[in-house]
Every structure is written in C-alpha cells, then in structure tokens.
Design a protein around this ligand. Structure first.
Ligand SMILES: NC(=O)c1ccc[n+]([C@@H]2O[C@H](COP(=O)([O-])OP(=O)(O)OC[C@H]3O[C@@H](n4cnc5c(N)ncnc54)[C@H](OP(=O)(O)O)[C@@H]3O)[C@@H](O)[C@H]2O)c1
Length: 330
C-alpha cells in the first residue's frame, strides 16, 4: 500500500532556526551512517525513515561513503524516496550528503579537491536519484588543498543548482573561521557545521561553538549518543546485534570499557531520577545549548527512534543535575 505520511507530523516536532539562515531544522535529525547499507535489512531501514517523517523529522543526513558497502545507504535512500516520498514530498525534506573521506581509488577519490567534490556529488545524486541535495558538506578539512579550492568547489556546486546550501564537518574552530570567511567572500554563506559532540566528546565547547554563533552558522552534532554508549544498550555487556558486536561497525568491543560503563551506570541512575531514559538525557543535555540547531542521531529500530524523540518532552536541567553530570564525567 502506498505510504501516506501522518497528517499531524508537524505538530509533534520542534523546529529550530539554523544559525542566521532561512532554514529551520527539526530538533532531532536522522543519520544513515549505519543500519541503512546493503548489508542491512532494507524494510527495517524503510520503516525507520517513514516513522521518522511521521513524527516530524524532515532532515536526513547521508554521505557518499555510508553503507557498507560505500554508496549503498544513498542507493537505499533513493529507493525509499522513489517508493514512498512521491509527489511534492521531496519539498518537505532536507537531504544532506558529503564528500571528504576515501570513496574510490586513485588521487581523485578522497579529501578536498574540486575534482573530487564535484564528481562525488554527481555520483551521490545518481545513487539517490535526485536533481539536487539541500546541504552538501566538505566532510573533513584537507591540509594539502588550498581552502580557497575546497570552498570554491562548494560555491560552484550551489551556483550549478546541485546543492542549495553548504556545510563543514570535522573542521576545527580555526579552520572553520577561515572557511566561513572564504565562503562569505564568494557569496555562498556556510549554513551549518557538523562536529562530533556528546557527553563523552566535548571539544566543540573550546571555541567552535563560539565561532559558529559569531558567524550565524548552525550546529548539528553527530554521534550524540556516543554510538550507543550513552544509552542502556551496554549496561549488561555487549548484546548480539548491537553496533559494538558487529565487525562492520565503527564502535569496537574495546571501546566498551569497564570505566566507561561505570560512568554510564551513574548517568543512567540520574536519568531515571529525571524520569528519562539515558538516551533522552544525553540528547537533552546537548539540546540545552541554544547554539545547537539539531541533534543528529542514528537508530537501528523504530523503538529506539521513538525513545529518542521523547527527549523533547524535557530538555531542561537544574543546576544540581548539571553539576551531578559534570561530577560523573570528570
Ligand atoms: N560528519 C561525520 O564525520 C560523521 C561521523 C559519524 C556520524 N555522522 C552522522 O551522525 C549520524 C549519527 O551517528 P551515530 O549513529 O553514531 O549516532 P548515535 O545516536 O550516537 O548512535 C546511534 C546508535 O545508538 C544506539 N541507539 C540509538 N538510540 C538508542 C536508544 N534509544 N536506546 C538504545 N540504543 C540506542 C543504536 O545502536 P545499535 O545499532 O547498537 O542498536 C544506534 O545505531 C550518522 O548516521 C551520520 O549521519 C557524521
């Protein structure tokens, strides 16, 4: 039966303005790094995406290399769009993709040259069966390519209508300042920055968030649940089917250390006192900062996604709660 999105989808979500742009993004966005590749169950991924849209998630984040195999998350997403997001529904979506990590062999399939970024986006558009993406990112800074070339490529891509906006990912505060200034001089403002940020990974607090705020750039932190560590997933060991249990995942068994789990158990208790799951508390903790536009989560099931969406019922912390979290994280 043809998918019909929930009529009340926009009343269930909070939308935040992305920096000083015209774009609003849902407070929770969904990424397709894991769980949507050719090794994964297609119908499971499809139901997660449909459920996300039914709950007001309008933003889906991809990259050329998401899979495995690289490229297959874009292919699967393209199939889902074709099957389910027919008619004008494309206009209700913000779809992003990126290039910056190894995608094909040879000197033109990696990093930040104009050659790589332009041809990679052309490949992504073909895989997703799209005419344009909403946001195209430089996935990581390239120390060997002039920043003017990388930013010039992003600018050209917008001029050509292949992307509406551009973003940066994994750039330091200093690299971001420079890149944002180059983009501004070209007349293509930087819409958004995508850094890794969670209770366990806090580098953005030392300068990046200030740079973004000063320049009117939005922020979409990735892996806000530390790939599942900041949930109840690993409280009692490493369950079968979890990311840490899989050879293809980026979370390794060795990352689930006794010291980490000790902290996670204490955080979990605090979350329970707040009447939240640990995942919800971890997401709320990021969203409490008004410089954050949206949290970019992953999910391997509809139940996880729903649990994460309930975060929005309580994103307020008392000073005592924040102090208690800091004490645990020390
Ligand atoms: N720009 C970059 O360089 C970069 C790098 C990495 C990621 N990203 C983006 O960020 C997105 C999110 O990254 P991520 O997947 O690492 O995010 P995450 O939200 O930190 O981790 C997602 C994983 O946590 C577990 N999980 C989620 N909700 C849960 C819940 N309520 N209860 C228990 N477990 C839960 C699931 O693991 P299980 O699979 O074990 O169930 C899920 O796959 C990616 O899809 C991608 O779009 C960008």
């Amino acid at each position: 039966m043809q998918y019909a999105p929930a009529a009340n989808r926009y009343s269930q979500m909070t939308y935040n303005r992305c920096g000083k742009s015209g774009v609003q993004l849902p407070a929770v966005s969904l990424g397709l790094w894991h769980n949507f590749g050719s090794i994964d169950n297609f119908e499971n991924g499809r139901s997660i995406i449909r459920n996300a849209f039914d709950k007001g998630i309008t933003h889906f984040d991809l990259a050329n290399n998401y899979g495995p195999v690289p490229g297959s998350a874009e292919e699967n997403f393209g199939r889902i769009l074709k099957q389910d997001f027919t008619g004008h529904l494309r206009d209700e979506l913000i779809i992003s993709t990126k290039a910056g990590y190894t995608m094909w062999p040879g000197p033109y399939g990696d990093w930040g040259s104009r050659k790589y970024l332009v041809s990679s986006l052309d490949q992504s558009l073909r895989r997703m069966q799209l005419n344009y993406v909403d946001i195209f990112y430089s996935h990581r800074p390239d120390p060997a390519t002039p920043i003017e070339e990388t930013m010039g490529a992003l600018h050209s891509i917008v001029q050509q209508g292949k992307a509406l906006y551009v973003g940066l990912s994994n750039y330091t505060a200093e690299q971001t300042s420079t890149a944002v200034a180059v983009l501004k001089s070209l007349g293509t403002p930087c819409l958004i920055h995508q850094p890794k940020y969670s209770m366990f990974e806090r580098w953005v607090e030392n300068g990046l968030l200030d740079v973004l705020e000063a320049n009117g750039v939005g922020c979409i932190p990735f892996s806000p649940l530390a790939q599942g560590l900041l949930t109840d997933r690993y409280l009692n060991g490493i369950p079968a089917g979890s990311r840490a249990s899989k050879p293809s995942g980026f979370l390794q068994e060795g990352d689930v250390t006794p010291a980490k789990i000790e902290q996670v158990k204490k955080l979990n208790q605090l979350a329970q006192q707040r009447g939240q799951s640990l995942a919800q508390m971890a997401l709320a903790w990021i969203l409490k900062d008004k410089r954050i536009t949206t949290v970019l989560i992953g999910a391997s099931s509809v139940a996880q996604l729903d649990n994460n969406l309930d975060t929005l019922k309580n994103t307020v912390f008392t000073k005592e709660e924040l102090d208690a979290i800091e004490a645990i994280l020390k």
